[in-house]
Structure formats: C-alpha cells, structure tokens
Design a protein around this ligand. Structure first.
Ligand SMILES: [Zn+2]
Ligand SMILES: [Zn+2]
Length: 372
C-alpha cells in the first residue's frame, strides 16, 4: 500500500536491465541443476551386451581375431625373409654369369680353366640352386599361411554375422532402458522445478504489487521458462503444445479478467478501500508511515503489531488538530470546509457533518498500479 515512487527514468531503466539480468542468471542456475540431473549415468551398453550375448561366441571371436593377427605377423616375417633371399639369389646369379662369361672367353683363347675356377663355378651354381629352392619353399609356406588367413577371415565373418543377430535384442533392450532412464530424469527434473513453480506462482499472487515485484517476475519467468524447456525436451511435442496453449490461455484470461474488472470497478473503488484500511491501522494511506497524533503520538507500530498493541484511551479533552504526514507531506486530517471540525482528508465524507468531498484524484493518479 506504499506509494509507488517511480523514480527517475535512469533508475527505472537500471531496474529493468537488472531484472533481465536476474532472469538470465536464474535461468542459468536452474539450467545447471537440470543439466546435472540429465547427466546422471544411464544404462551401460557394454554391461547389457555382456549379459545378453553368448559368452562362448564372444570368446571365439576374440580367439579368431588373435589367430588372424598371429598369421598376419607370420606372413609378414616370411615375406621379408623371401625379400632377403631374392636379393641374395640375384647376387649369386650375377656372380655365376660373370664366371660363365669368363669361362667362355678362356675357351675362346683355348685356355682351359683352372680347377679353382671350375670349383668356384660349381660353388656359385650350387648356392644359386639352393637359394632358388629355399625361395620356392618360402613361397609355399606363404601360400599356406594365406590360405589359413582366408579361412580364419571366413570364420570371423560368420561369427560376426551370428553376433550381429544376437545384438538385435541388445539394441532393443538398450532402447527400452534408455527410454526408462530419460523418463526417470524428466520426472526428477520436474520434481525439482515444479515446487519452485508453485512458489513462484504463490509469490506472484501474493506480492506482485509489492515493492519487490521485479524480483518475483524475474524468478517466475526463469522457472516457467525452464519448466517449459524440460517439458519440450522430454515429452512428445503434441502434449507440449497442449500444455503451452493452455498456459498461454490462462495468462490471457487472467489479463482479460483484470482489464474487465478495471472497467467494471473503477480504480477509485479500490483506492478508497486502500485509504480506509490505512486509516483503520493509523498508517498514512500514501506512504504507510504511522499517523502519530493524539494518544499515539509517541508510539511506533506497523500493520501487524497494531493488532496486538494496547491503545491508550487517550486524553479526549485535547483538541484535535489538522495533521500532515511528515514523510510524504500528504494532508491526512484537516478542518472540514462545512463544519470546520477535524475530518480525514482522504475519505469521502466528514464524520461530523456528513459533507461529501471528492477524493483527491491526483493521489489516485500517482498511485496507479499499486494494486495491479
Ligand atoms: Zn505519508
Ligand atoms: Zn464536517
């Protein structure tokens, strides 16, 4: 019921900006909690796979993979040996050719080659043939290894197709478990957010006209935003659309009702109600500062404490005087224009003579929005 001092525009702008900032910070804070709930560990694929898959099959697959690696290593080492052998064979071939050429030239000159030369020739021929033989043997080994590798790979493929068939139920189970997990986290998120939403609605209904209304708006918007975000994320969009439309409808209806009531019950009515209550509590209707006059001149109270306060009977002989609120400078008691006795300035009629005066419309204007 305090007078709503709107303050300079820069101040109002700052309040607006800070309200927006607070809304964003609230959304972030709620977002962190909601994200943490969302990051709770879900079903583990490996565990379910090991539960549902035939362990013998998995073991066989592993041993086949091991064997394949082993055979591949062997093929590689045999191939490198073969490469070395190839180099050495070509060397001995070159030597043999040179010796043959030498022999041919000697024969042309009718010189018979010495026994050493014949020996060397025979030696190089032997080594060449031995190399050749070894090379063939290696070729055969590699061929056998490659056959084995092919068989193993066939086995691996058939195992893989078997496992793939068995993995189908794993995938299905995983999907069910994941859906359950998602539902569980959604419920947890709402269990966290909905009480906050109720608090926000309650604060809004109770204190929306108070001086801290902006704080309530910021908090309420943040909570509502986060709730609708969680709903949108977790529940099928058709439901979400219903909820969204119903919520929007509720807001529109609330605003419409407010506007219609404003037309049906002009502002002056509730302003008068506000003034009446304030006079009853001996508080200034404009700024709620206590009206310290008569027997209450040296007391202090507020709306709550005055109900428990024993008000002294007072000195009725003391003459009543006009009274102006020392805080907001509003005249609260004045001399009646008709009977010149003291009357409350902001109430319509003089209690002594009943003369009716219109309430101060200026005060009504400056107070607009105090009880929206
Ligand atoms: Zn006042
Ligand atoms: Zn009067």
């Amino acid at each position: 019921m305090a007078k709503k001092n709107k303050g300079p525009w820069s101040h109002r702008l700052l309040i607006g900006i800070l309200t927006v900032v607070m809304t964003i910070l609230c959304i972030w804070l709620l977002g962190f909690v909601v994200d943490d709930i969302g990051n709770l560990p879900g079903p583990d694929y490996e565990t379910i796979r090991s539960q549902l898959l035939d362990p013998a099959l998995v073991e066989e697959q592993e041993s086949v993979a091991d064997e394949i690696a082993k055979v591949e290593r062997k093929i590689k080492s045999q191939s490198s040996r073969q490469q070395l052998l190839r180099d050495s064979t070509s060397n001995s071939q070159k030597t043999m050719n040179q010796l043959l050429e030498f022999q041919r030239l000697s024969l042309q000159k009718n010189v018979t080659p010495s026994t050493e030369e014949q020996e060397a020739m025979a030696e190089s021929q032997r080594s060449f043939l031995a190399n050749q033989k070894q090379y063939q043997a290696l070729n055969q080994t590699i061929g056998q290894l490659k056959d084995k590798l092919g068989q193993l790979e066939n086995k691996k493929r058939s195992l893989e197709s078997k496992i793939r068939k068995q993995e189908e139920p794993v995938r299905k189970r995983m999907q069910t478990l994941y859906a359950q997990h998602a539902f569980k986290t959604a419920v947890m998120k709402l269990a966290f957010l909905l009480p906050l939403l109720f608090v926000a609605v309650w604060l809004f209904l109770k204190y929306r006209g108070g001086i801290y209304a902006q704080l309530i708006y910021a908090f309420g918007i943040a909570v509502a935003w986060k709730v609708s975000w969680v709903m949108h994320q977790h529940f099928p969009s058709p439901y979400f659309h219903y909820i969204l439309v119903i919520a929007a409808l509720a807001v529109v209806i609330r605003v419409l009702v407010y506007l219609l009531r404003m037309i049906a019950f002009p502002k002056i009515d509730w302003l008068l109600r506000q003034y009446r209550e304030a006079y009853e509590f001996f508080l200034c209707p404009i700024c709620t500062y206590p009206i310290r006059r008569g027997p209450l001149a040296y007391r202090f109270w507020n709306r709550r404490s005055i109900k428990k306060m024993l008000i002294p009977a007072g000195d009725t002989s003391a003459e009543e005087t006009p009274y102006t609120c020392p805080v907001c400078t509003t005249q609260l008691y004045e001399n009646c224009a008709s009977c010149s006795k003291i009357r409350p300035s902001l109430l319509p009629a003089c209690p002594q003579c009943g003369q009716v005066s219109q309430p101060d419309t200026d005060a009504a204007g400056s107070n607009a929005g105090a009880e929206t």
